[in-house]
Design a protein around this ligand. Structure first.
Ligand SMILES: [Fe+2]
Ligand SMILES: [Fe+2]
Length: 139
């Protein structure tokens, strides 16, 4: 049991990092939705935020099954105060997360974990495109 736990520690750490990112996004996208220039953008940002909530819940369950512990979230990053700054930060973060999740998927210890991180990676790519589009509309 102990060696199994040790073998998975790197994966557990990566999933904790993914959870921290999702938690941060959930907080900051709510803030961003309130800065949106029209109802359509606001609605889309809240839909993206719902995807992040789903990712968070899926990853938290994986984290618990691997580590035997419940993940406890804390806000680590500050959300940008203006809309353009928020869109730029979100776009970059989503793009980086695509690669990060593909990395986790590639080294995943189970097909289920691989599938969930591949699926989330595709969602993040879609989010990045939306944020880039809104950035172009608002710059
Ligand atoms: Fe996400
Ligand atoms: Fe995302």
């Amino acid at each position: 049991m102990y060696s199994y736990y040790r073998a998975n520690q790197a994966e557990i750490d990566q999933i904790a990092k993914a959870l921290a990112g999702e938690y941060n996004a959930i907080q900051c996208y709510e803030h961003m939705a309130n800065l949106a220039k029209n109802e359509e953008e606001k609605k889309q940002i809240m839909e993206i935020r719902n995807d992040e909530i789903n990712h968070y819940q899926t990853f938290a369950a994986i984290y618990q099954s691997l580590s035997g512990m419940q993940y406890s979230p804390k806000q680590t990053e500050k959300c940008p105060g203006d809309y353009i700054g928020a869109l730029t930060a979100a776009f970059k973060d989503e793009q980086e997360t695509v690669d990060f999740y593909l990395d986790i998927a590639e080294n995943a210890s189970s097909p289920y974990i691989r599938k969930q991180f591949k699926r989330a990676s595709a969602d993040e790519q879609n989010h990045a495109v939306w944020f880039l589009y809104y950035f172009m509309q608002n710059k």
